[in-house]
Write a protein that binds this ligand. Sequence first.
Ligand SMILES: [Zn+2]
Length: 530
Amino acid sequence: MQKIEIYDTTLRDGSQGAGISFSVEEKLVITKILDDLGVDFIEGGWPGSNPKDELYFKKVKELPLKNTKIAAFSSTRRKGTLPHNDFFLRQMVDSNADCYCLFGKSWDRQVLEALNVSLDENLLMIRDSIEYLKKETGRPIFFDCEHFFDGYKSNSVYAEKVIKTAHEAGAERVILCDTNGGSFPEEIRTIVGNLKILKNIKWGIHAHNDGCLAVANTLDAVFSGCKQVQGTFNGIGERCGNTDLTSVIPNLQLKKGYNCLPSDGLKNLFKISQKIWELTHSKDRENQPFVGKHAFSHKGGIHVSAIDKAPEFYEHIKPELIGNKRNILISELSGRSNILSKFKDQYPQLENKTIIKKILNLIQEKEKEGLSFEGADAGLELLLREILGFKDSFLQKDYLKISDINFGKKKFSEASLSFFFEGRKKMAVSEGVGPIDALSKALRKSLIPFYPKVTQLKLTDYQVRIIDGHDGTKAKVRVIIEHQFEGTRPFSTVGMNENIIEASWDALVDALKYFILKENQTCLHMDTGY
Ligand SMILES: [Zn+2]
């Protein structure tokens, strides 16, 4: 298997994405998990550009990394300075990184109009910056040719001179950058193909996604001879982002036989993508190829009955190869096959045609009113059990009162509630930062004596959607609440009401009912695929 080096720049180029700012601790966590995954290089930051990056390069030395080399990133020296007097080049040396990535201009117009130096001066800046770093550190240097493809289209002779200069000065890899992200795969293929006349150079590709082609351009660059792929996890990065490594890696490794990661690493791709979404403090992209929660979700009845016969009819790879999972969605569009495919192993009585018709009718009726079970699997299972005649009388709502309290400078909400649990009335009071927080805490508190593990149940997402905006503030709202129990897959429940507190109360009570149900069935301990 041909080795492709994976060079991750989530911490540097990725952090240039809007709304993303990693703390030093978060950068170190990402470094650790990407090292466990087995990526070859992690670009940690730009030494000297901010105090966080300086601290990162100090602290990362204390991490016992087993697979990954840490790279520091910077530009060639400023014009009119000597390398040893250049602040950023000196910071590069001081970072004591395992290797270095220097970028320089390769587009003649950028040299003349943006950098404002002559074409020859730019070549000199590239040459003596690389030679200086090489002499001072003795470590590998990669050279990023910024705007390479635009440069090549403008003046191919000059763009090639830039490459030759970097190579002769001692750069181990020459990285071809589609900095503006506007190139087409065909152009990448032709240009990388033309470069083969330059012998003994090891190439890399660094693409951006402005034309939604970063992954396609990266794959074509690899097929044309590039041995290093630069990109970010989940494709985060400036403007429309960088090449998404979570797509490039499985495409190359599973479909084209290249070796990017150790195979046990590939099985963790879904989990690591989710963890990185969490650390970027952004919502994950559910339809993200390969690693999205819905990348293997099936809704249409025809699709579901077909994948029951052969999953490859509607799945391009086996989801478990990258740690993802097939998911059957149930909605008003669903047919019998969706319900059966999802629940028949647990509830064989669903084979009965009258029962299944009753279930489908009820789902359609509820969805007409505005309830949706598509993102609320747990809520759906409770409904199904009700129709099948199970008596899950764990929790019955009785009374709820929420008060907003202003106590001096302190403002909080207080929930007082009562409910029936296994026939007996229970009461609880709890404070929270807001009404839903107070309600959720009061419910759990009252269950702790019976189910101590309820303290480990975490509320992980809370979504509200207005069903019919024309009714203004009297409109019905649908609340979907996601919970997660100790490293298992999250589950969701749904509530709907004109009153947001009532809708949340319904969804929270259902979540606890589901938790108790699975606790009793000990299923929560079995489903540890997440
Ligand atoms: Zn970039």
